[in-house]
Design a protein around this ligand. Structure first.
Ligand code: PLP
Length: 287
């Protein structure tokens, strides 16, 4: 397996970064997780746009244009002969000294890892998953914006730890006002009647690319879909709850904090949206 590291393709075992890289020392950098379906890089333009906006927000200059990054991603896939893959694109602040100052760093590091992973077991899509809400709060929009997909995922890791301790694999974060924000690495939707809601970005949700795709698809299918604040109560009494993300795609949630959601099985609308999503992912994208 070949990994792209700062201008070179190296074997996975040889793919290394400096211990002085501020991405490692401080989580100083940005990243994207991207899916490739049947040779199509799904919504690459949107991922690159988000990457460049994340970088702009933390004053990190990406040493490539979007076109160059596209070329390198395609090369990485060709070199590994992958038609279905998960890509991790990382831009770190690069090598500096031990101080925090990012301006001591020589040049940003660019890493592209492509892997052929079946990310979620198939069975989970048939059974749905159980989740909890946790004490960790989403960081506030007036500090480091939740729109920045930075390498600093400690908040999300704490959420994952709380989920694991509760015996489940995923959890929902609330924001500091108690509104539901998102999962540790996915967005959340609730369905009630014909209406579908997901929290607005300003409440502390990443503007997920899968989330946006589901909003588009749901609107096309005639659902009344909106970005609206909601609380844990609304989640508990929803007909259906599901999570979306590049890795998870669309996954049904059947229990939240011990409350059974709907019939306790993946809901009809969740399944409709998952099928529509899967159908579209192969039709879209950059070859
Ligand atoms: N929220 C967070 C915190 C994430 O890390 C991710 C993963 O990228 C998502 C939501 C889902 O976003 P996307 O659909 O773009 O993968």
């Amino acid at each position: 397996q070949w990994v792209y590291v700062d201008g070179e393709f190296v074997l996975k075992e040889d793919a290394k970064i400096s211990v002085y890289d501020h991405g490692f020392l401080y989580g100083d950098g940005v990243f994207e997780g991207i899916r490739v379906y049947n040779g199509n890089v799904y919504r690459l333009d949107e991922h690159l746009q988000r990457l460049f906006e994340s970088a702009q927000s933390i004053m990190l200059t990406i040493p490539h244009t979007k076109e160059e990054l596209t070329k390198i991603i395609v090369e990485t896939l060709q070199k590994n002969q992958y038609r279905d893959a998960y890509i991790r694109l990382v831009i770190s602040r690069g090598r500096g000294n031990l101080g925090l100052d990012p301006f001591t760093c020589e040049k940003p590091g660019v890493i592209i890892i492509a892997e052929q992973l079946a990310l979620f077991p198939k069975k989970l899509y048939e059974t749905g998953i159980e989740i909890v809400t946790v004490a960790s709060r989403r960081n506030r929009a007036d500090v480091l914006s939740p729109k920045v997909k930075s390498l600093n995922y400690l908040n999300n890791i704490l959420v994952k730890i709380e989920a694991n301790l509760a015996g489940v694999s995923e959890a929902l974060m609330l924001n500091d006002q108690g509104y539901v924000a998102e999962g540790s690495a996915d967005n959340v939707f609730i369905v009630k009647g014909n209406s579908i809601k997901t929290p607005p970005g300003y409440l502390g949700a990443l503007e997920g690319i899968t989330r946006n795709a589901i909003v588009e698809i749901a609107a096309e299918l005639g659902y009344n879909v909106s970005e609206e604040p909601f609380t844990r109560h609304d989640v508990y009494v929803a007909d259906e709850v599901f999570l979306t993300g590049t890795a998870a795609e669309v996954i049904a949630v059947i229990k939240v904090d011990g409350r059974v959601i709907g019939e306790g099985v993946p809901g009809k609308h969740t399944n409709i949206l998952l099928q529509a999503f899967r159908q579209r992912v192969v039709e879209e994208g950059v070859k």
